[in-house]
Design a protein around this ligand. Structure first.
Ligand SMILES: Cc1cc2nc3c(=O)[nH]c(=O)nc-3n(C[C@H](O)[C@H](O)[C@H](O)COP(=O)(O)OP(=O)(O)OC[C@H]3O[C@@H](n4cnc5c(N)ncnc54)[C@H](O)[C@@H]3O)c2cc1C
Length: 385
């Protein structure tokens, strides 16, 4: 893969950092379902997790294309950004809708790495993708909100200080539109953990440090309401394009890792007295995955171009996520098949990456929901829900 990529210095820096975290490091974390603390600390120290924080708050003020380059290179190197990427996703909501006081209070500490904003609580067990049906409530009494309810799949909550939380502040039957009446809060979990907030880890098919959260009259000062009360759904939605773009970059990185591994193995491995890569049955799925990856990468660049020009590229960001997740999954499948039995052996890392890349068909948004967005909002077909 020889074509030119943006942010070459950032990419080289990340790739160099990732050399200290080889497959054996990730295999151990995976086996023990352990949080990759050393990896996250190294990224924090190098400033990469504060890439999108403005300079005035101590960050690097880099554009989203740099964030995408960082995440892509992490995945391309065989590492996984799932342990820490939320700091980039959630930043947009805080930057766009947070008060000056919230930014002054939190962003400098986030930028220097002493405070972690890694948890994002939207999904609930009973509402799932139907976000406006969420049941978690925040009731105001004086200058404090009290949160009750439950969240599921709140990743990294055990390794984060702050949680960006979506809760209902006005009951659904008392609002004109079901998207009204939801509010966003920046919860300082250090103050409530083990008291009114209970965090329970969920073991998953890959190592993802995901959890469920239980709120029992959890107090949140009104100074930690992000943006306007009742407009939280819109505030969260405005960060979704950034999330889609950044996740697409991770998928592109995964696809490149699989394609590189598969091509190399296909050229080296000899069976019946010749490299298996000489057989077109082995070559073609890898070449096809490469073409899918390149197409997805172009769409990602287009989404980034529009985003950085100040646009709201819902269509392109969703297309990039759909194509990139499909490309990484196709590359994962080709890589396992190329490796034969060794594709299933822990020490080759292929099976771990295979499990990890499966997630992107479901989270942070499922392929079906992207297709339904395209059908209804781009192609003007009737709404299905
Ligand atoms: C490892 C992991 C980490 C996660 N991290 C976070 C996190 O940090 N924060 C957070 O808030 N959430 C997180 N999630 C949640 C994730 O965003 C959801 O799992 C995802 O959005 C799907 O929601 P659901 O699991 O409730 O599926 P459901 O909504 O129950 O849907 C199940 C299936 O039905 C399909 N479906 C549902 N409705 C329709 C429809 N109308 N048309 C067609 N198909 C439909 C879906 O596409 C899906 O395939 C995480 C999930 C996982 C697995």
């Amino acid at each position: 893969m020889t074509y030119e990529l943006d942010h070459p210095e950032v990419r080289e820096g990340v790739a160099r950092l990732c050399l200290d975290f080889p497959g054996t490091y990730w295999q151990k974390c995976d086996r023990e379902q352990a949080y990759p603390s050393e990896f996250v600390a190294a990224l924090t120290q190098a400033g990469y997790l504060a890439a999108l924080v403005p300079e005035e708050f101590g960050g690097l003020s880099l554009p989203i294309s740099a964030g995408a380059a960082i995440l892509e290179e992490i995945h391309r190197a065989g590492c996984n950004a799932g342990a820490c990427h939320a700091q980039m996703y959630t930043m947009g909501t805080v930057l766009r809708h947070g008060s000056e006081d919230q930014k002054q209070r939190y962003l400098p500490q986030i930028a220097e790495g002493s405070l972690r904003l890694q948890a994002f609580g939207v999904t609930e067990p009973t509402s799932g993708t139907d976000t406006t049906a969420l049941k978690c409530t925040a009731r105001r009494e004086g200058d404090t909100y009290f949160v009750n309810g439950q969240k599921i799949w709140t990743s990294r909550a055990e390794y984060s200080d702050l949680l960006l939380l979506l809760a209902r502040t006005t009951p659904r039957d008392q609002v004109a539109k079901k998207t009204d009446g939801l509010s966003v809060f920046l919860v300082d979990m250090r103050e409530v953990r083990g008291k009114s907030l209970t965090i329970r880890p969920i073991r998953t098919m890959m190592n993802h440090a995901t959890t469920e959260l239980f709120f029992d009259d959890m107090p949140v000062p009104d100074a930690n309401l992000v943006g306007e009360e009742g407009k939280g759904f819109r505030h969260i939605l405005s960060g979704m394009n950034a999330e889609r773009i950044l996740v697409s970059a991770e998928c592109i990185g995964d696809a490149k890792w699989f394609i590189e591994r598969a091509s190399r193995y296909a050229s080296d491995r000899e069976v019946f007295g010749r490299p298996i890569g000489q057989n077109q049955g082995i070559q073609f799925p890898i070449a096809r995955a490469y073409s899918q990856m390149r197409a997805a990468e172009l769409m990602l660049r287009e989404a980034i171009r529009l985003y950085e020009a100040g646009g709201n590229p819902g269509e392109e960001a969703n297309l990039a996520k759909l194509l990139a997740a499909d490309a990484s999954w196709a590359a994962a499948e080709a890589c396992v098949q190329t490796h034969g039995g060794f594709g299933f052996a822990e020490e080759y890392d292929v099976e771990r990456k295979f499990r990890e890349s499966r997630l992107y068909q479901v989270a942070p948004i499922s392929t079906n929901l992207i297709l339904s967005y395209l059908a209804e909002h781009v192609l003007d077909m009737p709404r299905s829900y």
